[in-house]
Write a new protein. Structure first.
Length: 308
């Protein structure tokens, strides 16, 4: 059985240590009818994830993150066969002792798009972002109500208020320089965000890291990692799109939003960037760079503007 993990100390002692986890993982696989199957742990991701033979992936969620396992299992089940880009098919999911949750799913084929991206020719990048836009359009068109018992936030306006309350201290603690920090309150006050949007099913981390691609022809072969899914304003999903798919390239973002069928005001997307659950503005500045004019409106255009 997997050992209990409810505290940060237990997490640090147990989750990274495969020698501690592997006996419990092997026992769970035997219970699932996969006894003696080869187990290879993936190195990426915050949760323990194993390739089980050539056909399955087993994702595990300690007690401290058990709700994420329930979300992943439910959302993937809801999505099966419904998106233009394949998502893992759930075989089984549920509790597995000591507060842990598991999701046993099919293994998608392809190479991680983030690793492949430097080798992707420009015209194939343009088609790939078109496919991302088409996939997001379908995702956001699906009825999220069947997931209402597991996905939040229940009150989008209250969620935004909670995020605004820490919108200055979070980036300051992350090391953002004072000349940027002091602009945040005024910028957020200047950007109206809906408190009651047309709620959509959100992935929330639409990044190259969460797509798979076939290098033979450069087509998307998979979208995964739905554990941080939410329901809310569709624009919220375009934070990660602009930062981690199109990477500040206005032409690529224009192609993606054209395929999606809608564009978004750059200031709105930067406001959601500052309020995002995983917001880390100093990191984004290091990765994407800052415009010559060191203002938040200029930054919004640099990262989320589209080609004319």
């Amino acid at each position: 059985m997997l050992p209990p993990v409810e505290t940060d100390e237990e997490w640090d002692a147990v989750v990274p240590d495969d020698t501690v986890l592997r006996p419990g993982v092997a026992a769970l696989c035997a219970r699932l009818g996969l006894a003696d199957a080869p187990l290879i742990r993936f190195t990426e991701g915050s949760q323990p994830v194993y390739a089980v033979d050539d056909e399955h992936v087993l994702k595990l969620f300690p007690g401290a993150a058990a709700r994420r396992g329930i979300v992943e299992g439910r959302v993937l089940t809801h999505l099966q066969g419904r998106l233009p880009t394949p998502t893992p098919r759930v075989r089984e999911f549920g509790p597995c002792g000591n507060g842990w949750q598991y999701v046993l799913m099919s293994r998608l084929r392809g190479e991680n798009l983030a690793r492949a991206w430097p080798r992707v020719p420009r015209h194939h990048r343009e088609r790939l972002v078109t496919e991302v836009g088409e996939t997001l359009a379908v995702l956001h068109s699906l009825d999220p109500d069947p997931l209402g018992d597991v996905l939040g936030p229940g009150d989008w306006g209250a969620f935004l208020d909670r995020r605004r309350a820490g919108a200055v201290e979070r980036p300051r603690a992350q090391g953002l320089s004072a000349d940027w920090v002091e602009q945040i309150p005024g910028f957020l006050a200047s950007v109206p965000l809906p408190s009651e949007p047309d709620r959509c099913l959100l992935h929330t981390e639409v990044m190259r890291q969460h797509f798979l691609v076939d290098p033979d022809g450069w087509r998307l072969t998979g979208l995964f990692d739905f554990e941080p899914a939410m329901t809310g304003d569709r624009a919220y999903d375009f934070v990660a799109v602009g930062l981690f798919v199109t990477g500040g390239d206005p032409d690529l973002l224009a192609r993606l939003t054209k395929a999606y069928g809608r564009t978004f005001e750059p200031r709105v997307l930067l406001a959601y960037t500052l309020l995002h659950v995983y917001s880390d503005l100093p990191w984004y500045l290091r990765e994407l760079g800052a415009p010559a004019e060191a203002t938040l409106p200029a930054l919004a255009e640099a990262w989320f503007g589209t080609a004319v």
